[in-house]
Design a protein around this ligand. Structure first.
Ligand code: NAD
Length: 489
């Protein structure tokens, strides 16, 4: 290709009322593995959000009156179309986000497909409640109806995966939506819009406005005709959304950050625990809300664990995300990489030991990736519980390993952070795993495994990790309004 051709930028457009519409201004989007600007994303504001909400409102009467079966068939068709283009979606997600092509191929895009199939099926199986009061001659029953225009706001770490986790239940239940993906990872949402018409999604049912949180996101949160907001992102942004939506008393679902503990008892099967905990720490560059970042190991096995854990972490290869043999890709942005590095420096300044990774081992990158935002998996030991590395969400390939003595002590220490999203417990004592799981302040507890999900069951966090749950029944409840009807005969 000529220089001009190779430098041609991908330019995205908003998708409103079934049509792609250009925007008056754009934001640069970077390829995190090269540091180059490769795409321009609409910088939407109030005007674009207004048009999208209007299109969604106009589409609501027709879409909400379709039967669940009709909607289910459309969702299944959309799933098939995304699956047909799986490789193109995976390539785009890897390029846009910095994640490895392997992760995008095996996790992100298959899960996006599954989200549509799952809710296409799930919506067919709900039953409402009915009670009788014979003495009063009454029966009561509940009915559920879609709420209206749903505002959906998603983060950059699992772009299409998390956006479809919201779009699928919202439209399956008969709502219409205005979605705003992260301005840093907008490409796969735009690609999905190209398939909607073919899938049979009527114009206006799914609208996507691209842009920043401050402009497009807030315009959506503050719009009076958007009665519910499903948000996944940071706790700080959730606070802002709560404030801004308060005058409208909006229904909010907030899926936020974590500081997830792994607790390893001395009777754990380390041959399972170590590779899984390396994965739970470093998968997707540690940029998953469910990633482990505090590992508590019982004192008797602490040094053996540390030795084997570091050896396993060093096996993870960092480099060009499009190389299928690579385990760790690039972090999302230059700013984020700097932030993650700062945490490692702070830990060192406090006297903690960095056992591998950042600042300890050499990072060799291919010539084309020298300006990318890479960092090696980093393991830190001897960190104090009150250190910012043990309290704050780092959201990068950094994990801390510390020793503990008793069950009572480790429960207290695991709970001593503001977050409560996901915990893992490793032990072969069944009584202990139940006891500990019940006492952890965490929306999800995995024992002897990590990230095994059944979408039927609730997903979400406690404390600063969120409000509300999502899943088959929970999403159905969130995206519908319930009514109790009483009939006297
Ligand atoms: P973020 O909060 O910065 O942004 C998330 C989204 O909100 C983006 O689309 C952004 O543009 C938008 N936004 C920002 N400010 C806004 C505002 N004032 N009004 C409306 N929208 C606004 O989060 P991020 O950095 O993109 O994502 C990382 C965070 O997401 C981490 O904290 C991570 O733990 C969390 N996360 C949570 C889950 C979960 O399910 N609990 C899943 C993935 C990520």
């Amino acid at each position: 290709p000529t220089m001009a051709h190779s430098k041609a930028l991908l330019v995205l457009e908003n998708f409103i009322g079934g049509k792609f519409v250009p925007c008056s201004s754009y934001i640069d989007s970077y390829n995190p593995s090269t540091g180059d600007v490769y795409c321009r994303v609409p910088d939407s504001g109030k005007e674009e959000v207004e048009a999208a909400v209007k299109a969604a409102k106009d589409a609501f009467p027709i879409w909400s009156s379709k039967s669940p079966l009709e909607r289910s068939q459309i969702l299944n068709k959309l799933a098939d179309l995304i699956e047909h283009d799986l490789e193109a979606f995976a390539q785009a997600e890897s390029k846009d986000q910095g994640k490895t092509i392997t992760f995008a191929r095996t996790v992100d895009i298959p899960r996006a497909v599954h989200n549509f199939r799952f809710f296409a099926s799930s919506i067919l199986h709900h039953v409402t409640e009915c009670t009788e009061m014979p003495a009063m001659g009454c029966v009561h029953y509940t009915s559920r109806a879609p709420v209206g225009v749903a505002g959906l706001i998603s983060p950059w770490n699992l772009p299409l995966y998390l956006l479809t986790w919201k779009i699928a239940p919202a439209i399956a239940c008969g709502n219409t939506v205005v979605a705003k993906p992260s301005e840093m990872t907008s490409v796969t949402a735009w690609m999905m819009c190209k398939l909607l018409e073919k899938a049979g999604v009527p114009p206006g049912v799914v609208n996507v406005v691209f842009g920043t949180g401050a402009r497009a996101g807030e315009a959506l949160v503050c719009h009076p005709d958007v009665p519910l907001i499903s948000f996944t992102g940071s706790t700080q942004t959730a606070q802002r959304i709560t404030e801004r939506s308060a005058p409208h008393c909006k229904r909010l679902s907030l899926e936020l950050g974590g500081k997830n503990p792994a607790i390893v008892f001395d009777d754990a099967d380390l041959s399972q625990c170590i590779p899984t905990t390396v994965r739970s720490s470093f998968a997707n560059q540690g940029e998953i809300c469910l990633c482990t970042s505090r590992i508590f190991v019982q004192r008797g096995i602490y040094s053996e664990f540390l030795k084997r854990f570091v050896a396993e972490a060093k096996k993870w290869k960092t480099g060009n995300p499009s190389d299928p043999t690579i385990d760790v890709g690039a972090l999302i942005s230059k700013e984020h990489l700097e932030k993650v590095r700062t945490y490692v420096k702070k830990a060192q300044a406090e006297g903690a030991r960095v056992l591998c990774g950042e600042g300890v081992d050499p990072l060799a990158l291919p010539p084309g990736n020298q300006k990318g935002y890479f960092m090696l998996p980093t393991v830190i030991a001897e960190v104090k519980d009150e250190s910012c590395c043990m309290q704050e969400e780092i959201f990068g390939p950094v994990t801390c390993v510390v020793a503990f003595d008793t069950e009572e002590e480790v429960i207290r220490r695991a709970n001593s952070v503001k977050y409560g999203l996901a915990a893992t417990v490793w032990s072969s004592n069944v009584g202990r795993v139940h006891r500990v799981a019940h006492r952890l302040q965490s929306g999800l507890v995995w024992t002897n495994c990590w990230l095994v999900r059944d979408l039927n069951l609730p997903f979400g966090g406690m404390k600063a990790s969120g409000i509300g749950r999502e899943g088959a029944k929970d999403s159905y409840e969130f995206f519908t309004e319930v009514k109790t009807i009483t009939i006297k005969h």
